[in-house]
Design a protein around this ligand. Structure first.
Ligand code: CP
Length: 355
């Protein structure tokens, strides 16, 4: 099995640390790694728009001496002629040593990994997961807070559709003593399956309905954008879009050593004036993302023992995934796969519970 990165939970925390430690070494000694991927090619398949993830991956590979191929608009590829996911990804994986992929459908990157001829990295699949953003966030916390445990973390915004949040809180729940405060509306709250996963890890969680209520106690405030593209109507989006806005006045109540993070892009949820506050670290966070992706590329291409735990262990039980945004309901010929999750069955592509 290739060292695909679909879900960070397919790897151990010790393996996460290997990536983070290597990223830190690359930051300190970039010259050592120049040319480390000479002759290697990375395919970047972005079915959905991206600035940071796409360009930081491309920059990472170029800094390592490798080359890049790919598209950032599927309409300029043969997808516009009706080519399916399997045929596109199987073909490009044959041209690439590593393939990085973003898709609007949940489980699409995992589906690509089923038949790919090279390692596949999930650069975001619908509202599901974004593991390399989480690695970026873990590196940012390691550098800026000097720890990944005993943090009081506020997560604000669209927690329902925000894949960066889903990956991050699940990762941070693996470290002892972290407390989560979820700042959201009832409509955009964290999905139940993620809350359940946090509770099972023993993480402390609470829900609040305003930034002001949470801010004074926080070590980290992780702001997120309301994900317009995931709403069914413009009207519903408009109702939610300006509920949570961080500004300089609110920040006065925060600790001096709070850090404000945001995976970006930002729309209006952080006022521009906050950018001048030394606690606002979101642009630095985006910069860390390039180093963590350099480390990830190097490890996937060179560390033979760096393997995920087996996935695609599920079976076709004759059931149908209830998630319309799951790849299995949108791509013909994909085998439905369900795995047991406690006393429920879960779609192995998108993690939707069947019952
Ligand atoms: N954080 C993030 O995924 O940004 P992009 O959508 O610009 O890649």
């Amino acid at each position: 099995m290739y060292s695909h990165l679909i879900d960070l939970n397919d790897y151990s925390t010790e393996q996460w640390n290997v990536i983070i430690d290597l990223a830190r070494d690359i930051m300190k000694n970039p010259h050592i790694y120049e040319g480390a991927c000479t002759g290697k090619i990375m395919g970047t398949l972005f079915y959905e728009p991206s600035t940071r993830t796409q360009m930081s991956f491309q920059s990472a590979m170029l800094r390592l001496g490798g080359g890049i191929i790919g598209f950032d608009n599927p309409q300029t590829s043969s997808i516009s002629k009706g080519e399916n996911l399997k045929d596109t990804t199987k073909t490009v994986s044959g041209y690439s040593d590593i393939m990085v992929m973003r898709h609007h459908l949940e489980g699409a990157v995992k589906a690509a990994a089923l038949t790919a001829d090279c390692p596949v990295v999930n650069a975001g699949d619908g509202g599901h997961l974004h593991p390399t953003q989480t690695l970026t966030d873990l590196l940012t916390l390691t550098e800026e807070k000097k720890r990944l445990n005993d943090l009081n973390i506020g997560v604000c915004g669209d927690l329902k559709n925000g894949r960066t949040v889903h990956s991050l809180v699940r990762a941070l729940s693996k470290y002892k003593g972290n407390k989560f405060t979820f700042i959201s509306t009832r409509q955009l709250g964290l999905p139940e399956y993620i809350k359940k996963a946090l509770t099972e890890e023993g993480a402390s969680c609470r829900d609040v309905s305003s930034i002001e209520e949470a801010l004074p106690e926080l070590d980290v405030l992780y702001m997120t954008r309301i994900q317009k593209e995931r709403f069914e109507s413009e009207e519903e989006y408009r109702r939610q879009k300006d509920v949570f806005i961080l500004d300089a006045r609110k920040l006065k109540a925060a600790k001096d050593d709070l850090i404000v993070l945001h995976p970006l892009p930002r729309v209006d949820e952080i006022a521009r004036e906050v950018d001048d506050d030394p606690r606002a670290l979101y642009f630095k966070q985006a910069h860390y993302g390039m180093y963590v992706r350099m480390a990830l590329i190097l490890i996937i291409l060179n560390y033979k023992d760096f393997k995920p735990k087996p996935f695609f262990t599920g079976e076709d039980c004759g059931l149908k995934c209830g998630n319309e945004r799951c790849i299995v309901n949108n791509e013909k010929g994909l085998p439905p796969k369900f795995v047991e999750e406690g006393d429920a069955l879960m779609c192995e592509y998108c993690e939707e519970r069947v019952f």
